[in-house]
Write a protein that binds this ligand. Structure first.
Ligand code: D5M
Ligand code: FE
Ligand code: ZN
Length: 543
């Protein structure tokens, strides 16, 4: 049975307000007249059913056909394991830094989807509505915890005037300098200029300029609320590695000795706000998972509808029962006019139609899944970051599943796990500016480590990443997250930095002409699945 028919059945059931067990879908697809079978199973389903089970289908088919089995075999069809053919490709433990997705190809593993869902996995005594109707592991809605923090939707104050930028930077300085204050005995720029020559001094500031000098040293100019001050990093101080990582406008501390005339600081060390190594992660107190995905790009010729359907089909299998959350890190649709000549690769040219289509695809996700989404650079919100969550018109188009629509970036606490979601436009910049071994498209998580180290998701101002002036710098990473989730670069990569799991989730779009022209080979059709109790990750391949 072609996959399309399964997806179509899932969609049709969703349209009528039902989830379905994977096996139920397979049985329906195998019926001699799937549409009629679907009609009758919906008609026969108990009034309080949320989910069509394989048993519902069997009963309905049997009653329709009497002793004739009506073409739908109650035996398992080979299609049933399709979801699990798209097997786990890699698993991270505590220490694995960077398994590449294609190292271990999708396996043929069959798994608990072979169990009859309505067998012995009966719920315990508390009979919630869901547990009466769902035969696989029922979702205990009472135990779900999802809190949004740092959502700036509706709080934008910027008018784009110069003084707004001053406020943003003041806020950035205040909050990031706090993280450095314990480590250096700093003085304001103004005071340092008045200290006696030869004194030990330290300053915390935003990077105003970095230049290499003729003799191979580096001049770093820092700015705080009182003024600017230059620091000279001599090439023999062993700090080349650190200098490599400096980005404009980020907050750092330098420590050293003042020149005789107090006009410059000879730096001995440079510090980033960084993530403390002692960071202890939170975790769910039950086995529950979240799918971390992004960059769906519905509306593009290259949107991989089949892979997406395979993913959402899999979500309906018992194996995916623990996946109660889907976190979407932006680029829901391909958008219009995002890049030059993009219109040549559009399947859907109207932006609203793109969101309508996206919403249809989102309906394939089981209806009881909690969804959180942030916008990306292809979405129909302002490009400058922070990007507010979608407007009411787009929300009403995407009102399936009661998805939480929040800003980019935003933090989400999911059953005790703090997830920082950020689309990831600044990753292009980090990758362009830093040496290959510190940040590259092949290892996008390493670029994410840099953002964690800087405690800011998009430090550079005035470059590739547009930054909007706001009263508060929403791009500061004030609280250490347990998980940092980005997308945008269309490459899959993950690893741990000081105990924070960084995940870049790949995409659902095949290589575009532009990507071909610049040799970007996207990782398409992967779904990283995060265990919220252990923070282990499994990546599943659906393409
Ligand atoms: O971008 C996906 C990735 O590809 C991201 O690293 C930027 C890069 N990209 C894609 N198209 C272009 C064009 N036309 N110019 C420059 N860079 C591009 P996304 O924005 O998520 O599609
Ligand atoms: Fe994208
Ligand atoms: Zn993007």
């Amino acid at each position: 049975m072609p996959l399309e028919s399964n997806a179509r059945i899932v969609k049709e059931l969703a349209r009528r307000g039902y989830n379905a067990e994977r096996e139920a879908v397979t049985l329906l697809a195998g019926a001699s007249d799937p549409d009629a079978a679907l009609d009758s199973v919906v008609g026969d389903a108990p009034d309080n059913a949320l989910r069509i089970t394989a048993n519902h289908v069997r009963e309905s088919l049997e009653s329709a056909a009497g002793s004739d089995r009506g073409g739908a075999s109650a035996e398992r069809s080979p299609v049933e394991t399709k979801g699990s053919e798209a097997g786990a490709v890699a698993r991270t433990g505590e220490t694995v830094e960077s398994e590449t997705p294609d190292r271990t190809p999708g396996s043929d593993q069959t798994s608990d989807s072979d169990q009859t869902p309505d067998s012995d996995q009966t719920p315990d005594s508390d009979q919630t509505l869901a547990s009466q109707t769902e035969s696989a592991r029922p979702h205990d809605f009472d135990r779900r915890q999802l809190e949004i923090g740092n959502d700036m939707t509706g709080r934008s104050t910027g008018t784009g005037e110069y003084r707004d930028f001053v406020r943003t930077f003041r806020d950035r300085y205040e909050r990031l300098s706090k993280l450095l204050r314990g480590r250096v005995n700093h003085r304001p720029a103004e005071a340092i200029a008045n200290m006696p020559g030869g004194s030990e001094a330290a300053m915390i500031g935003l990077v105003n300029d970095v230049r290499s000098t003729k003799s191979g040293h580096w001049l770093v100019e820092l700015e705080d609320t009182t003024g600017t001050f230059p620091a000279l990093i001599m090439k023999d101080k062993g700090l080349a590695d650190v200098v490599d990582e400096i980005l404009m406008d980020e907050c750092v501390a330098v420590e050293g000795t003042l020149a005789d005339d107090s006009g410059i600081l000879f730096a001995d060390s440079l510090h980033f706000p960084d993530i403390p190594r002692t960071h202890r992660t939170g975790g769910a107190d039950r086995h529950v998972q979240a799918a971390l995905i992004s960059d769906i790009h519905v509306g593009s010729d290259e949107f991989m509808a089949d892979a997406w359907s395979r993913f959402t089909d899999w979500l309906h299998t018992p194996e995916a029962d623990p996946v109660e959350y889907v976190l979407l890190a932006g680029d829901m649709v391909e958008g219009v006019g995002v890049y030059p000549n993009q219109d040549e690769e559009l399947e859907i040219v109207d932006i609203y139609d793109q969101y309508e289509a996206f919403s249809e695809h989102l309906k394939e996700v089981p209806a009881d899944t909690e969804i959180v989404m942030i916008p990306g650079n292809h979405d129909a919100v302002r490009l400058a970051e922070p990007q507010p969550g979608f407007n009411d018109e787009l929300r009403s188009i995407m009102d399936v599943h009661d998805a939480r629509i929040v800003s980019n970036p935003a933090t989400v606490s999911v059953e005790g796990v703090d997830v920082l979601m950020y689309h990831g436009v600044s990753l292009d910049e980090v990758i362009a500016e830093l040496p290959e071994e510190k940040a590259s498209y092949d290892e996008p998580h390493k670029a994410m480590y840099q953002l964690l180290k800087k405690r800011h998701v998009a430090p550079q101002f005035g470059g590739h990443t547009r930054v909007a002036p706001e009263e508060r710098d929403y791009l500061v990473i004030e609280n250490v997250p347990d998980v940092f989730h980005t997308g945008h670069v269309h490459k899959l990569g993950w690893g741990k930095y000081h105990n924070v799991l960084a995940v870049n989730s790949g995409c659902w779009q095949a290589q575009t002409d532009f990507q071909k022209s610049v040799n970007i080979d996207p990782d398409s059709g992967y779904a990283p699945i995060l265990d919220l109790d252990t923070l282990d990750m499994t990546v599943r391949k659906f393409a």
